[in-house]
Structures are given as C-alpha cells and as structure tokens.
Design a protein around this ligand. Structure first.
Ligand code: AMP
Ligand code: GLY
Length: 423
C-alpha cells in the first residue's frame, strides 16, 4: 500500500526508516520530510496542518495509510477531518480524534481526566486571569519548588519550576495577565512538585485494546548534568533500566489500563499513540503529562527495538484488532544522542554544511532539522541529527554513538556527552 507520514523531524525519519523496510509498503511519502527521508521516500512540500493540501496529496497518490507525527494536526482535528470526509474515511489514519488529542492540548483537561479515572498524578488547581489573586494565595499554601503549567500547547516551553514564592507569583501573573505564552497561558495549572526520576511509557491503542511499547528516558536539558534550558530532547535511552517488572505492573494496572478504559468510557475515538510521561517517587509511578503522539527523540530508540512490522501494527490499530497481534521487541538496548546547532534552544543559525555522514559505521543517523541542497546536506533546525546505536547494554550502545559522532561535524555543532549519566 501507499503510506504517508506527516512531519519533518527525527521521529518522522525513524517512522520512514521502519516503514520503508516493510514488505507491505509500496510507495512511501513524507510531508514535508527532511534530507534523511529523501532517499527512502518521496518528500512532499506541504504542512501537516494544511488539511486541504493533505487531502489532495492522499487522493492524488492513492494513500491508504497515514501516520501523524506531531501533535498540532491532531489537536486541530485531522482525525475528525478524515473521518468526516467521505473520500478519506477509509484511509487508515494513525492518531487520535480532536477530543482525544486534548489530553495533550490542555493540561487542565489531562488533569481532570486523571482525577476522573483515578490515575495517580500530582495534586493541582487551575486558574485564569479572573482568579489570579486566588492563584497567588494557592501558591502560598504550597511548599517550593512551585510548578506552573500553561494549559495549552507551548512548544514544550510552557512549564516553569520555580524555587522562590515571589518569583512564582510574578510568573503566574506574567502567564495569566500578560500572555507570557500567548493564548496557551490564558489558563494555568499549578501543581504539587514531585521529586523523583522520570521515565516515559509508550502505548499504542485502538481505543479498545492496547500494546505497551518499549520504555524510554529522554534528556531534556541542554547542559550536561541536566542543567540549563529545556530543549525538545538531547538524547534518549531504551529500555529504562529501573523500569523493572514490578514497576511496569504498577504502571500498567494503575495508569495504562485506566487510561485506555477511560477513553473508551468517555467514547473518545482514539487510534494512536499515548506517550505517558511518568515520575517514580518512592517506587510509585505518577503521571506528569500525556502526549498524544510519539516522543522525539524517544522514537529514535523505541522504534528500532520493535521487530513487528509497523504496517501490520498500524492496520490492526485502525481496524481495532490489536488484540490479535503479538508485539516482538529486540532485547538489545538502544541509545540516541542529538547533535544540535550552536545556540539552541535559543537563537541559532541554519544552513551549515554537515560533513562525515558517509563515514558512520554501526549507528543509524536519523535526520531531524536537515535539508539537501545541490548535493550537500545542510542544517535546517535546532536539533539536527540523532545518532542511534544498539548493543547488549546502553553503555556499549552509547559508546558506538559517541565514536560515530567524532566523524561528524558542522559549524557550532553541540551535543551532550553524558546521556545516561543518572542511570
Ligand atoms: P511537562 O511539559 O508537563 O512534561 O513538564 C516538563 C517537565 O517539567 C517534566 O518533564 C518534568 O521534568 C517537570 N515537571 C512537570 N511537572 C512536574 C511536577 N509536578 N513535579 C516535578 N517536576 C515536574
Ligand atoms: N522528547 C519529549 C517530547 O517529544 O515531547
């Protein structure tokens, strides 16, 4: 069949890499894609949120399956658009409906869902500009650090963790009264700080059945030792060594099952990924956030470990027959290290030539922000390349990634040398 992937990052290159190996894939398209997807698929220059353009592309190319990478089109309702358009309704779209996507699109909605279905999470209250003063009084009752979350999508920047009460009150005011994160911070969730170690669990659900995919841990801060600004992710490891059977059983019983059952109870159409950001406090798992898509760079370590044909998995997801599939996982560990542009996550330059790609051996390079021009591969974003490796344990895998990184270069290339330092 012909398959279209929406998005342009490392996550989408990884989907393309796996799907292009499937016997069931005839022609693969990525919109808009990057220099990494170009040799294995046809890149189409359309934006994933331009539903009319996506429709045209699907009809012109007889696309039968579409995998939605990023959250924006999901939150904007691309699954509903497909379901409600007669010519598109049989296209197997992998991604939740608009109501499902609200689990990521609104932090308050996610918290309400967790409360409703008894899913363990930090205590919280939410506030608007009208209740700003009540919000400040609520902060006074909490112990530091204070966690403030913009309700809406804020490109991963909408969470502030502050030690000082006055600073927390000021930031609350900046968010609610001065639109610090635009419309996204017209509502703010204030929650209890949870002190523990984070991990992510990925679930593929058809709305009735689910499969738990390999766990991963990502490294969000720009600086070594988890310091400095938050980024989209500087590296990842799968599996998470401390996610043992006992912890995974708690996660499945207390979080995964109630989440999938909660979606079904609320009659929410959900055929796609649930990315559950968790924190382990005294061996008990709590949900920090839901995302309604795969993570980036987590995808770059999770998908290479899935041996089952992705197209079979996705077809079963669309047809609600995931219960008939057994998912086969590669026992080896996978690691990825992100190479980023100097200055990222703040201002950075694009268009730098990348060299050394042809010398890489024993790792897979997933392109994130890259483009090709006149036979050269140039940087085209903050996160540029993800260097993924697999081996019997994560330390050996990391060693391969770092050895290959020595062969790669572009002007002001940066990366973290300590991925996995806390494990
Ligand atoms: P989120 O966008 O909700 O994933 O939050 C971004 C990051 O903030 C998370 O990955 C955590 O490191 C941190 N965080 C969010 N909520 C809490 C919390 N309640 N307690 C401690 N850390 C948190
Ligand atoms: N790496 C975090 C995310 O994809 O949201």
């Amino acid at each position: 069949m012909n398959i279209l992937i929406l998005g342009s990052g490392g996550r989408e290159h990884t989907f393309a890499y796996k799907i292009s190996q499937s016997k069931r894939c005839d022609n693969l398209f990525v919109a808009p894609g990057n220099a990494g997807t170009e040799p294995i698929a046809t890149n189409i220059a359309i934006q994933p949120t331009d539903f009319e353009a996506v429709k045209k592309c699907v009809l012109e190319n007889n696309i039968e399956m579409i995998v939605v990478g990023p959250e924006d089109p999901l939150v904007q309702g691309i699954a509903n658009y497909f379901a409600e358009t007669p010519e598109l309704k049989n296209v197997m779209l992998i991604g939740p409906s608009k109501r499902g996507a609200l689990l990521e699109g609104s932090k308050q909605r996610a918290k309400e869902f967790m409360m409703q279905h008894n899913i363990p999470t930090a205590a919280y209250e939410s506030f608007t500009a009208e209740s700003l003063e009540a919000g400040k009084i609520f902060l006074e009752k909490l112990n530091p650090p204070y966690v403030l979350k913009a309700d809406g999508l804020a490109a991963g920047k909408g969470v502030l963790i502050l030690n000082d009460l006055n600073e927390a009150k000021q930031e609350l005011e900046n968010m609610l009264a001065h639109s610090k994160f635009g419309e996204a911070s017209s509502k703010v969730v204030i929650e209890e700080f949870l002190d523990g170690i984070e991990l992510s669990v990925f679930v593929l659900t058809d709305g009735k059945n689910y499969k738990i995919l390999p766990t991963a841990k990502d490294y969000k801060r720009i600086g070594e030792g988890d310091t400095g600004l938050n980024t989209g992710g500087m590296g990842a490891i799968s599996p998470v060594p401390f996610a043992d059977e006992a912890l995974m059983k708690k996660i499945e019983d207390r979080i995964v099952k109630p989440t999938v059952n909660g979606l079904a109870e609320e009659k929410i159409d959900y055929k796609g990924f649930v990315f559950i950001g968790l924190i382990k406090v005294n061996n008990e798992p709590y949900v920090i956030e839901y995302n309604v898509r795969m993570g980036d760079p987590e995808t770059e370590v999770v998908l290479p470990r899935i041996k089952t044909d992705l197209v079979d998995l996705f077809e079963a997801t669309f047809k609600q027959t995931l219960n008939n599939i057994t998912i086969e996982i590669d026992e080896r560990a996978a690691t990825t290290v992100m190479l980023v542009s100097g200055g990222y996550p703040e201002d950075y330059e694009k268009g730098k030539e990348i060299s050394g790609l042809e010398n890489v051996e024993g790792s897979i390079i997933f392109h994130a922000g890259t483009k090709s021009e006149n036979g050269k591969i140039l940087t085209n974003g903050g996160r540029v390349l993800a260097v993924t490796s697999m081996d019997t344990d994560f330390k050996k895998a990391l060693k391969k990634s770092y050895q290959n990184i020595e062969k790669l270069s572009f002007d002001r290339m940066q990366y973290r040398n300590d991925i996995g330092f806390d494990l």
